[in-house]
Structures are given as C-alpha cells and as structure tokens.
Design a protein around this ligand. Structure first.
Ligand code: SF4
Length: 402
C-alpha cells in the first residue's frame, strides 16, 4: 500500500506497538482536553472511519469494541488503545464478563475521565418494561454514569415484547435522560421477523443483528435489511465471523490466499454493505484490535479475487457453521434439546476461546435441554439443509459443556 492510500499496516502496527505501553498515560493526558464524541481519537493517528447510525443522526466508528471479552477491572488497555484510533463505541451488556463488564467500563472511563468521549451501549436480559427499567438502573449504577447512549433488549426472541407498553417506557426513560437511544440485539432464527416488525415501529432507533458473509444470498434477510434501512433504523452487524463450530483451522488455507486475514476480510465484506453502519467485534487482545483497526482504516475495497475467496470459503465451510435456525432441525427431534443455542455455546468454546462463558450459558438452559448425552440426533441432522454434523457436535457439547 502506498502512503497516499493511507497508513500502511506496518505503520499502524508500529504505532500500535508503541501505543500499547503508553495507552493509559495517553488516555489520562487526553482527559484534560475533552472533545466532542464524533472526534474522540488521537489526532496524530489515523482514525477509524465513521458513519451515521440511522435516525439517531449520530456518527459512530464502523468498528465497535465488543466488550464480551475479558476486561481488566482496574483499567483495560484494549479500551484505551481502541479509543486512540477513534473506536469510542463500547458494546457492553449487563451479563458480559459474568456481570463484571459494566464495572470494568466504569473504571476505564472514570480513571481516564473520558465518559463524554465514549458511546456506551449496554443491554438488558429483561425484556418486559419493568424488568428493563430495573436493569437499566443497575447498569447505570455499575457503569457509573447518568445515561447510556444506547440501551438494547439483549438477544430478543419474542417479537411480542415490542409493544406499546414498552414504547411508553422507552419514551419515559429517554425523557428522564437515562438513555439516549433504544433498540435490540437479535441472533436467533427469527431475526427477519423481528427486523420486519421493527421497521414499522418509529421508536426503534437501532438493531444489532447476526450478519455475516454466509448470508449475502439470503433474500428474506436482505429484504428485512432494506425495510429497516428505509425506516432509518441504525443497523449494526454482529457475529460477523460466521464462525464454524469446531474445525477452527479450516480457514487457515484461506488466509494464505490474500492480503487480509479471514478475520479482516469478512469485516471488510460487511463494511462494503452501506446499509450497515458498523460491525461489532469482540477484540480480546491488542493484536486482534490492531488488525481490525488496520482493516477499517485501509481505504481499499476488497478485490474481486478476495470476494471470490470469501465465497469459496463460505461454500467450503458451510457444513461447519450453524445459523441457529433450529425451527428446521428441532422439528425432527423428539427431545427438548436447544440445538441453536447449544451450537452457539460450542462456538464460544471453540472459536472465541471462552470456555467458561460457554459452560455457564449452557448450564442456564432448562435441565431437560442440558440432558443431551443420550439423545439420538440423527433425524435432526438429516433435516439440516446445510449438512451440519449435528450429532457429533451435540455429543461433544454434552462432554465439554455439561
Ligand atoms: S443444525 Fe442446521 S438446521 Fe439446525 S440450527 Fe444449525 S444450521 Fe439450522
């Protein structure tokens, strides 16, 4: 890459390497010169581009810091490093880090004195108005702030929660200044249904949804994205890696093909879709953070060769990835297993290196859904249109998650 195209990846890593040691100091120094949110980064460094998040009319970076990772509770250097490159959006949740995520974010902004420069999103696992309000109050206390920039219903499944009672509560909480914007995150089989409903509700500001390179040909999802974009709902992509359960080495072949790692290439593929404002990424170490920042800052679009490689990779690994569409395979199963959730927890275990989170979540499933060791999954496996080796994955889940 020439200099006129922007900073080279080598430059970026060099800057980043120096920055890692000084991040805390830099953040503290910057605290004396609070800036508006839109320009939160270090002026001397290339900044991650920003896009407008739908009807909020606010700009956010195209790369968001997914805080479902281990954060240092005293002061997390990854958050400081991200901020230097303009990644000032932290995607938190009441349950991340076993409930410690919001405390770590509070410690970070408190010590660096950067609350006003951050966009903090958090989420409630309670979806009824009373539970939602209660969780928001806890989040504000733990985050040590008077307001969150966005508050989501976390992992929404039941579209009935999007009702007038909740709309009134959202309006009330906004008026009280406790949250600026509202929306929900979703990743289960009814993402399309939820998005289509939200597109008709003016009080939904933003949706964070499962979206990755495996779904580009999904016409229903594309129509739902169009409907939301037309209603000016700010769209954020999550689970962009479309990761496969197990076979984590399957993508290594892909990496040697092109300029980008698979991780970077699939992020760039999401950013190529201008209906999507940003992609959230769980950046659990500085190396991944710098790689993602490098991909975001680089102005080159993916070449046709790289798009072809992504398509080839998607096709070659399709049978390794579960979409959570368990209304398809569960109907062929005579047992109360929760296939989509269990496969997702396996992904946390195998791909995201989060074995404890995977086990904790699995153990929160109803007891009957945890008893899968002796279940015959062969009919469900036969029903999966993508040829996922469901039976062997479930057998493994019973062993490592139970
Ligand atoms: S196993 Fe197949 S059908 Fe079942 S949830 Fe996963 S992708 Fe969907």
């Amino acid at each position: 890459m020439s200099k006129k195209d922007g900073i080279s990846r080598r430059d970026l890593f060099r800057i980043g390497g120096a920055g890692a040691a000084t991040a805390f100091g830099t953040a503290l120094t910057r605290s004396a010169q609070a800036k508006p949110k839109a320009g939160a980064g270090d002026d001397a460094l290339p900044q991650v581009p920003r896009r407008v998040l739908g009807k909020t009319k606010q700009t956010i970076p195209i790369l968001l810091f997914g805080a479902a990772v281990h954060l240092d509770k005293r002061f997390d250097p990854k958050l400081a490093e991200a901020l230097r490159f303009g990644v000032n959006y932290i995607d938190a949740a009441d349950c991340y880090g076993g409930g410690s995520c919001e405390l770590a974010v509070a410690k970070f902004h408190g010590r660096a004195k950067v609350r006003e420069q951050l966009w903090i999103t958090s989420k409630s696992d309670e979806h009824d108005p009373e539970g939602f309000e209660k969780t928001l109050a806890t989040s504000l206390r733990k985050l040590d702030t008077n307001y969150v920039d966005m508050y989501y219903l976390h992992g929404l499944r039941d579209a009935d929660y999007l009702n007038p009672k909740l709309a009134r509560k959202v309006e009330e909480l906004k008026k009280q200044g406790k949250m600026r914007y509202f929306g929900f995150s979703c990743h289960n089989s009814n993402v399309v249904e939820l998005m289509n409903k939200a597109a008709k509700l003016p009080w939904i500001d933003s949706i964070m949804f499962r979206y990755n390179f495996r779904q580009y040909g999904n016409k229903q999802l594309n129509r739902a994205i169009d409907a939301c974009a037309k209603s000016d709902i700010g769209l954020i992509a999550m689970k962009t890696q479309g990761s496969e359960s197990s076979f984590r080495d399957a993508w290594k072949k892909f990496e040697s093909d092109g300029k980008w790692t698979k991780h970077q290439a699939v992020l760039k593929a999401v950013w190529a879709d201008k209906r999507i404002t940003a992609a959230v990424s769980a950046m659990d170490n500085l190396e991944k953070l710098r790689q993602n920042v490098a991909a975001a800052i680089d102005k080159h679009e993916l070449s046709q060769v790289e798009w072809d490689a992504i398509e080839r990779y998607a096709a070659d690994t399709r049978h390794l990835s579960c979409d959570g569409c368990d209304e398809i395979c569960s109907s062929a199963l005579n047992a109360p297993a929760q296939i989509g959730d269990t496969m997702r927890y396996l992904m946390y275990h195998d791909v995201y290196d989060e074995p404890e989170k995977a086990k904790t979540l699995f153990r929160k499933l109803p007891l009957a859904a945890q008893n899968i060791a002796d279940v015959d999954f062969s009919a469900a496996e036969a029903a999966c249109p993508y040829g996922v080796s469901l039976a062997s994955h479930m057998k493994r889940a019973a062993k490592i998650l139970a």
